[in-house]
Design a protein around this ligand. Structure first.
Ligand code: ZN
Length: 290
């Protein structure tokens, strides 16, 4: 019933002025409690005629947001907002910083937080119609809906009551960004929050979908793989903080923050009786997609 998304403190790097640098950057953790760990974003730099140029390489299958903060003396041209690094990119130029006064001494150090996706996602396709996350003809009850009082108080997330081993379908086309599949632990206590298996999928409008509490090794797709709407991607389970076999899904994007550092979005679904509806807690819906 409960999926927790959190972000961990940044690494902290120091530069020695005048030296070329090339760091393997520590990954930040994004989570359905800690498990959604983006692969390391590599920050590199080189001296330029006026200062330094910063670059990043990203091996994640989705864009990554970088937010720098600097402690600097006599340095100009620093970024003031998040910088988006494209998916699977080698050495993307980020920004160039320069000496405010070339005749004076300078120094700087920085830290950089990373998040999956665009933390400033301002436009996404709010009209998109999702398909139910199970095969055609199957019907399951929404045991907890948006802002449900059990564990969705802050989340527009949906729980479908379904037996372990049920087929789980992609609700929308996308690319698989991250998978956890090694847990077989699940019980109704927050201490098992980190034990939920899941699949995280990135959509082309910048949103993500999470499919959580999957059975051990229940994934049928791999990281980096493209999936089609309606495709069977996994088998459901009861891993993580869960009071019984069910599937948890949510559409969201990451945002900087301390606690629930995600922004969830309501989604329209089509099902047997309605072409476009917001799903309601307690009701049972029948899938019509292939
Ligand atoms: Zn849930």
């Amino acid at each position: 019933m409960w999926m927790f998304y959190s972000h961990y403190p940044p690494g902290f790097l120091k530069f020695t002025p005048g030296l070329l640098f090339f760091f393997l950057f520590n990954p930040q953790s994004f989570a359905v409690k800690a498990q959604v760990i983006p692969k390391a974003v590599e920050i590199s730099g080189e001296e330029s005629e006026i200062g330094y140029k910063f670059y990043a390489s990203n091996v994640n299958h989705c864009p990554v947001s970088l937010i720098f903060s600097f402690d600097a003396v006599n340095i100009c041209g620093l970024p003031t907002k998040r910088i988006l690094v494209e998916a699977n990119v080698q050495k993307q130029f980020l920004f160039e910083m320069k000496l405010c006064d070339p005749r004076k001494d300078y120094k700087f150090e920085y830290k950089c937080n990373t998040w999956l996706g665009d933390t400033e996602l301002s436009s996404y396709d709010s009209t998109f119609i999702y398909t139910l996350p199970f095969p055609k003809g199957k019907a399951y009850k929404v045991s907890q809906g948006y802002f449900g009082i059990f564990s969705h108080q802050h989340l527009q997330a949906l729980d479908f009551e379904m037996p372990e081993g049920s087929s789980v379908c992609a609700m929308r086309d996308g690319i698989v960004v991250c998978i956890k599949n090694n847990s077989r632990i699940g019980y109704n206590h927050s201490s098992s929050m980190e034990d939920a298996n899941f699949i995280l999928i990135y959509h082309k409008d910048g949103t993500f979908a999470i499919y959580g509490h999957l059975m051990q090794k229940g994934n049928l797709v791999a990281e980096g793989e493209s999936v089609q709407q309606g495709q069977v991607i996994a088998y459901s389970g009861n891993t993580g903080w869960s009071s019984g076999p069910h599937l948890h899904v949510a559409v969201f994007s990451y945002k900087p923050g301390e606690n629930f550092d995600i922004r969830t979005y309501s989604a329209y679904f089509k099902e047997a009786n309605q072409a476009k509806t917001i799903l309601q807690e307690g009701k049972t819906y029948t899938s019509i997609h292939p």
